[in-house]
Design a protein around this ligand. Structure first.
Ligand code: SF4
Length: 258
């Protein structure tokens, strides 16, 4: 679905609410909290379609898809998972999978040997320790092979409706550009965001930041002149501020950017 960047939300010049008189260092915790929540709200207006890009219907499918998405685009994962999910419908099927066959199926996602190892181990751990079901807590999820904190939060937030902040490359970058954290460690970024954003919005805030990172606030040349949260962003000017130049950088189709 094309990105709908509301023209009325376009900045007409440099950031105003967050200008030279107010820098991340001098901002009060309350002001930062309000600004963070405003950013999340505006990103929701700009990216109303923000959602997890991986296709799944069950917690098991989501955890497998998330493991497969390491170093791979969600689009490519979605091309492979219909075959995977049909061939391995339950955790025991992964546990008993023929490794060579599984590797062949996973090959298009890259690092297919390691990923085959992970999902076989994942299936075995689910069968051995959780009755074949995906556990519902962060503490349990991170004990599973191939499942780190990022994957665990994806599963909690999207399969179990338990709020979770997913700190991927986009969320980390945008959090630093917004001045909501100075940390590089995803766990510390997650903690900083958790302190600023209402718990009920943790999952959707991550989804919106990921979409904004894919469509507008790119790693190399962010489209600052076409950014709806420019007035709240201390990094305004990192990319082109000219509306015309910035508009060319906006990726209207998230499929193309992911
Ligand atoms: S595009 Fe520019 S103004 Fe917008 S969030 Fe990124 S760095 Fe800030």
């Amino acid at each position: 679905m094309p990105a709908t960047v509301d023209p009325s939300a376009q900045p007409s010049g440099p950031a105003q609410s967050f200008g030279s008189a107010e820098t991340p260092g001098s901002e009060t915790p309350l002001a930062r909290t309000r600004r963070a929540r405003r950013i999340v709200r505006i990103l929701g207006e700009v990216h109303p379609d923000a959602r997890i890009a991986l296709d799944f219907t069950t917690p098991l499918e989501l955890i497998v898809a998330t493991v497969l998405s390491a170093q791979c685009t969600d689009k490519k994962v979605n091309e492979v998972t219909p075959t995977v999910f049909a061939r391995y419908p339950v955790a025991a099927a992964y546990a008993g999978a023929d490794r060579a066959e599984l590797e062949t199926i996973l090959r298009p996602t890259g690092f297919f040997r390691a990923k085959a190892n992970s999902v076989i181990g994942l299936g075995a751990a689910l069968v051995d320790r959780f009755g074949g079901e995906v556990p519902r807590t962060l503490e349990e999820l991170v004990t599973l092979p191939g499942v780190g904190r990022k994957t665990a939060n994806v599963v909690l937030g999207h399969a179990f409706d338990t709020p979770g902040i997913t700190v991927d490359t986009h969320v980390g970058r945008l959090s630093r550009r917004f001045g909501l954290t100075t940390q590089d460690d995803p766990v510390k970024v997650e903690a900083d965001l958790a302190a600023l954003i209402e718990r009920k919005n943790w999952t959707i805030a991550s989804d919106r930041m990921i979409f904004h990172g894919r469509r507008v606030c790119h790693a190399r040349r962010p489209a600052c002149g076409a950014c709806a949260v420019a007035k709240l962003c201390p990094s305004y000017g990192t990319g082109p501020t000219s509306e015309i130049e910035a508009a060319k950088l906006v990726r209207g189709d998230v499929e193309a950017a992911r």
